[in-house]
Design a protein around this ligand. Structure first.
Ligand code: GLA
Length: 759
């Protein structure tokens, strides 16, 4: 049993394969958090917590004669403001009668097989043999507010998910001002020798998403969050707490990932006792949810994963978990078609003939899916007009989309389309007909971005309308792929469809509307491959991955910039989810020129595709592109189903970045390397591989060197080495040395294949 209740100790223990999580119901009804760490069976761990009278840390009334017991010091399973716990609260609320905060005490708990689901929200899934659910109900006597804490325990995956449902069982309305799903007290220093906690988070901006930053925790509260109405380019909803001595391959790591695409907030507080509290879930300054008597509110899920396997171990856990228990598209297990996207080569400037010529040329080069990006609809000749009018621009596409789609299908290709359902331009028929569907604060001119407004996705009418439009669009035009974009953040969080006292609900209702639309469209068209996008990676999060198996990683397609963006992204998110394309050089975002083959190596470590005009490639590039299509298919399994290893850590080493994929059975290892800064007089590049079969015998089956001035094309020391049989042990312990490389941004791909065992 993954979840156990011990009647004598009043402990509830959650076990996964390698971890144990324990809580205890105290006499007062407080639920204490006892432990989250390496697996321990059959023990009550309440001896860990020393009780001391700590000045200015108060006592609940029942313990007024026991000053050593304070809700401000004891680790708690869930905490509310106003209860004598001054640490960062998970719950903040006020009732219509003016009762502020809550004093939450145990009511009941239950254990069921399988994983709970959350109505209207993305959430991990698991059957009875993969997951169990704990429901733990607490309530506040003064207001009648009930909080149901949900724990999904995934034994084999070493993951615990958390969610919370709030119910008003009282007689007066209650407004939730903060309703986090996860509260986790970590009372003890990490590591075996009492180290200190450090925090890793993924910050960024448009065209530079998910830059890893690792900092020591300071006393006080550190917050990672977004108030933009989207999970954002700026602060990704994924944080990692780790011991200061945790490395890439060993040490304690704890990953916290809200399954949410809107405003999120993770607070990490290092408090007076040098203990850490993590509070995570829905965020936003303007959040306020009105619960009338009898109403309930379901807060988004947070995934929690703990390992002693270092950053690499955490990455592998998250990749496996998201692939198996979160991404639900049937496409996650299918080879994704090799695509070409029109955006960087055409923007909105095309007509049917141009698109057909583009498709015909791409078909010759091995492309399987042609994606027509922005510009095909309404009066969309630039990005100032047309959003909202989702019928084809007949001046560009006479007869509409269908003839184009048919012609592309006739070439043996699939046909994909860009849409941006959540937005509207003032210069559109939709806005002229329904100005009230755009979010705007009464009496104030709306804030614009990219000269567009945001539709009120919390309004049922809007969602119904969009569903009708896009369902018909896909059906009537034989669309095989949809790129779902979202190109601005929300500023005017006011909905004319809601009364004044519910305006704090706008952002979350917006997300519920987006999720509903995605749910209906992806459910109705499971064969259509959906790719998410928000000006590149502005909504790269677990919430979106529930609906779409891939997300355009960044509008920066420069291979060198992508090394950092993709490395940061892949700390938590699977490689097969990262949209990555080969684009033209000089690169449109950076002006940098990199070798064609290096660009391909980087893009292949994602979904892979092209974003360039095939007609403008040189003959040599066309030949390479055909060869790449073949390589993409041959390497697909090892890249997309294999384990991912950052051979040079998060930041690369001394001018190069190397990473590898090893197939699940250890039979193939694909080593990738890009030189980001070429030096003179170097002594070669030394790499140690990881994840191989130590007893296996391997040979170098394929070696590709791109953009490197080397007449003999060799990468290892001499030709003999290229025929040599290596043992898995030697490749991991001693490694390989690549010869020094000259030139601008050389790239290398080495495929090692096992030729036998028992070296
Ligand atoms: C966003 C996307 C791009 C492209 C443009 C079209 O910026 O990230 O890939 O689709 O919109 O307007």
């Amino acid at each position: 049993m993954a979840i156990q209740f011990d009647v004598a100790d009043r402990t509830i223990t959650l076990h996964t394969r390698a971890t144990t999580y324990q809580m205890q119901i105290a006499d007062t009804g407080h639920v204490l958090h006892l432990y989250y760490g390496p697996r321990i069976d059959g023990e009550c761990l309440d001896y860990l917590h020393v009780l001391t009278d700590c000045g200015f840390s108060p006592n609940c009334y029942e313990n007024r004669m026991r000053r050593e017991i304070s809700p401000d010091i004891l680790p708690l399973e869930y905490s509310a403001a106003g209860s004598g716990d001054y640490r960062v609260p998970a719950l903040e609320c006020v009732s219509a009668e003016g009762v502020v905060g809550a004093d939450l005490r145990y009511v009941r708990h239950g254990i069921v097989e399988g994983k709970y689901a959350l109505p209207g929200l993305p959430a991990a899934f698991g059957e009875g043999d993969q997951a169990q659910t704990l429901s733990l109900v607490l309530s506040d006597a003064a207001t009648g507010l009930e909080v149901e804490l949900l724990y999904g325990v995934f034994d084999g995956a070493d993951v615990i998910t958390r969610a919370a449902v709030f119910r008003n069982r009282g007689d007066a309305a209650i407004r939730l001002d903060r309703a986090a799903s996860l509260c986790l007290d970590l009372p003890f220093a990490p590591g075996s020798s009492g180290g200190e906690w450090e925090l890793l988070h993924l910050h960024g901006r448009h065209c530079m998403e998910r830059m890893p930053e690792r900092v020591p925790l300071m006393h006080g509260i550190q917050t990672v969050g977004s108030r933009r109405g989207a999970s954002s380019h700026h602060h990704n909803p994924f944080t990692v707490l780790m011991a200061s001595d945790t490395t890439e391959t060993q040490g304690e790591c704890l990953g916290i990932m809200p399954v949410y695409s809107g405003n999120h907030r993770t607070d990490i507080e290092l408090n007076q006792a040098d203990a850490v509290r993590v509070v995570s879930g829905i965020g936003g300054d303007l959040f306020g949810w009105q619960l009338d008597p009898g109403d309930s509110f379901c807060a988004p899920e947070v995934i929690l994963c703990r390992t002693d396997g270092g950053m690499e171990g955490l990455t592998h856990h998250f990749h496996d978990f998201l692939n198996r228990h979160l991404i639900r598209s049937p496409w996650k297990d299918r080879v994704r078609p090799l695509l070409i996207n029109s955006w960087e080569s055409m923007t909105c400037d095309f007509d049917a003939d141009k698109v057909l010529a583009f498709a015909a040329e791409a078909a010759k080069l091995g492309v399987e899916l042609v994606v027509l990006d922005d510009g095909w609809f309404g009066a969309r000749n630039d990005d100032n007009a047309g959003l909202g009018d989702w019928t084809a621009n007949e001046a560009k596409l006479p007869g509409g989309l269908k003839p184009l789609s048919d012609a592309i299908h006739a070439m043996g290709l699939r046909f994909g389309l860009w849409i941006e359902p959540e937005m509207v331009n003032e210069d559109s028929d939709l806005y002229r007909t329904h100005p009230e569907w755009a979010l705007a604060v009464p009496g104030r001119r709306p804030v614009t971005a990219r000269n567009q407004l945001v539709l009120d996705m919390g309004n049922r009418e809007v969602v119904e309308y969009l569903y009708g439009v896009f369902s018909a669009l896909i059906r009537e035009n034989g669309i095989d792929y949809i790129k779902w974009d979202m190109n601005r953040n929300i500023a005017d969080t006011y909905s004319t469809a809601l009364p004044p006292h519910r305006q704090g609900e706008v952002s979350h209702r917006y997300m519920l509307g987006v999720y509903e639309l995605m749910d209906r469209l992806t459910g109705e068209y499971p064969e259509v491959l959906f790719e998410n996008c928000a000006g590149g990676g502005g909504r790269f999060d677990a919430g979106m991955l529930y609906y779409t198996p891939q997300i355009w990683c960044s509008d920066d397609s420069d291979a060198i910039e992508r090394l950092t963006i993709q490395t940061g992204t892949a700390i938590g998110y699977p490689v097969s989810a990262m949209g990555a394309h080969v684009s033209a050089c000089p690169n449109q975002q950076t002006g940098r020129t990199t070798p064609f083959g290096t660009r391909a190596i980087v893009a292949m470590s994602g979904t892979f595709g092209f974003e360039l005009d095939p007609a403008r490639l040189t003959d040599d590039e066309k030949r390479r592109m055909r060869a790449l299509a073949d390589r993409y298919h041959r390497f697909y399994n090892v890249i997309h189903r294999g384990r991912y290893y950052r051979l040079t850590g998060l930041e690369g080493w001394g001018g190069y970045v190397a990473w590898a994929f090893v197939s699940p059975d250890g039979g193939q290892a694909l080593v990738n390397l890009v030189v980001t800064r070429t030096h003179a007089n170097t002594h070669g590049i030394h790499l140690r591989l990881r994840g191989l079969d130590a007893h296996g015998r391997y040979r170098l089956a394929e070696a590709v060197v791109e953009g490197c001035e080397r007449p003999d094309g060799r990468i290892l020391n001499d030709a003999a080495l290229e025929d040599r049989i290596f043992t898995g042990r030697s490749l991991m312990a001693a490694g390989i040395t690549l010869r020094p490389m000259r030139g601008d941004y050389p790239g290398v791909q080495l495929l090692f294949e096992r030729v036998g065992g028992d070296s």
